[in-house]
Design a protein around this ligand. Sequence first.
Ligand code: HEM
Length: 137
Amino acid sequence: VYFQHNFQQVNSWEKQRVESEMQQDGVTFYTLEEVKQHNTSTDSWLVIHDRVYDISSFLEEHPGGEEVLLEQAGADATESFEDVGHSLDAREMLQQYLIGELHMVHTYSWTTWLIPALAVAAIGLMYRYYLVEQKSS
Ligand code: HEM
């Protein structure tokens, strides 16, 4: 029972830590994974230039039709938004649907170090080879 309690405590600390990281300077950050969950006609979010928009109430009002928006729902629509060449008016409309920003998830793994490590090893070997060549000549 003690361990279970303790585990819950640690869990809630971790939750608080993540939540405070996701809420900085009054900006809420969402991961792309989170955005992906909102991909229906009653609940649709999309990302344009790293900002997250809840466009559920805008679908029917979109001059370009709701079909094209639904195709992008839950995804990064930056490219399609720019391809259309939206007017300044359209860009200003974005603001009222803004709910937060995209949270960049940094993923470091051992492979991050693999290439530099191999490069260092290769240079080391070349240097050794070079010294041996010099000694023998
Ligand atoms: C919340 C985001 C968006 C807003 C506020 C918005 C707003 C608008 C507005 C105001 C127009 C009228 C023309 C103009 O003022 O430029 C328009 C047209 C259009 N939009 Fe969007 N749009 C959004 C997202 C998108 C996306 C993601 C796509 C593409 C998948 C798209 C495709 C179109 C198309 C095809 C038209 C018609 C262009 C035309 O008839 O000339 N829109 N949009």
